[in-house]
Design a protein around this ligand. Structure first.
Ligand SMILES: [Zn+2]
Length: 292
């Protein structure tokens, strides 16, 4: 049952999607040079068919690549076509089916998981996670460690999404660093190197300066936001950058495909340049090479 707000949003997006079709705005993607990452959280049984349809459309418009390749293309600026990658946040059990669906099509995704709830079966702790993190989502179990290993064996990558999914900005610096570091330690002990981090809730204002500096020196290849956008090519010298900050569009497979297309077409129309990878007030200029 949709709330009034959701119903309104749905109707407005229906309108936009109809205009997109009328103007054939989707054809814009054919000539776009972008990297687009699409992020999901769950894959309930009734969403699986729609997810397959989304993937078929996605592959018809984007070259589907791994998230690691997407990060490398954004870093290097080597973006000569429309590239697309898929990620999942939170480590909910239902995403196992998505892992299979992706594998069947030969695609690899990155799953960002919270180490503290992997295999958690206690209903009280599960509920606490939902109330704190995913209020709008249906009840779902968490992946077990074995599930995560299965995803890896299917060719997918695992990323760090903290221990317990806090709003990092609400923590003391030391606590925030522990949420990030302890998760990575425990994930890498069992799964090997963990090179990607996605912070909970994904908006830029949730990362304070000390956390940014901590992440920059921690040796991640990327930190993944939940801020909408596609990345544009660039010619900057960025090899020395310690980390790349990735844009990602949060979507749900149950959304009408036309709605998802609408957001992605908008991104392609105004892709994000390297100066917009992170907000101006993140004080990390000293890490930037002096190429310009
Ligand atoms: Zn999350």
């Amino acid at each position: 049952m949709m709330s009034l707000r959701e119903t309104l949003r749905h109707c407005v997006l229906n309108g936009f999607a109809a205009v997109d079709v009328m103007r054939n705005r989707e054809s814009l993607l054919a000539s776009s040079k972008i990297v687009q990452v699409v992020n999901f959280h769950h894959m309930y049984p009734y969403e699986e068919t729609a997810f397959g349809e989304f993937l078929d459309w996605f592959a018809s418009r984007y070259k589907v690549i791994s998230y690691s390749e997407a990060v490398e293309r954004v870093r290097s600026g080597n973006i000569d076509a429309a590239y697309g990658a898929i990620t999942f946040d939170d480590g909910l059990k239902s995403v196992l089916s998505a892992g299979r669906i992706l594998q069947d099509r030969g695609y690899s995704a990155t799953f960002f998981v919270c180490s503290g709830v992997l295999g958690e079966t206690c209903p009280t702790k599960r509920r606490a996670f939902y109330e704190g993190a995913l209020m709008d989502y249906e009840s779902d179990e968490f992946l077990s460690w074995e599930d995560v290993e299965l995803l890896q064996s299917q060719g997918h990558e695992i990323g760090n999404h903290t221990v317990s999914h806090p709003k990092i900005s609400q923590l003391a610096d030391r606590q925030a660093q522990q949420e990030i570091d302890l998760a990575r330690e425990s994930l890498s002990r069992r799964l090997g190197d963990i090179n990607h981090f996605a912070w909970p809730f994904g908006s830029f204002e949730l990362l304070g300066q000390s956390v940014i500096e901590h992440l920059w020196s921690a040796g991640y290849t990327s930190i993944a936001s939940g801020v909408r956008g596609a990345h544009a090519p660039h010619t900057e010298v960025t090899q020395d950058l310690p980390v790349v900050c990735m844009r990602r569009d949060n979507v749900e497979a149950r959304w009408p495909l036309g709605h998802i297309k609408h957001f992605l077409i908008n991104n392609a129309q105004q892709p994000v340049g390297h100066q917009q990878w992170w907000p101006q007030d993140w004080r990390i200029e000293s890490h930037y090479s002096n190429s310009n």
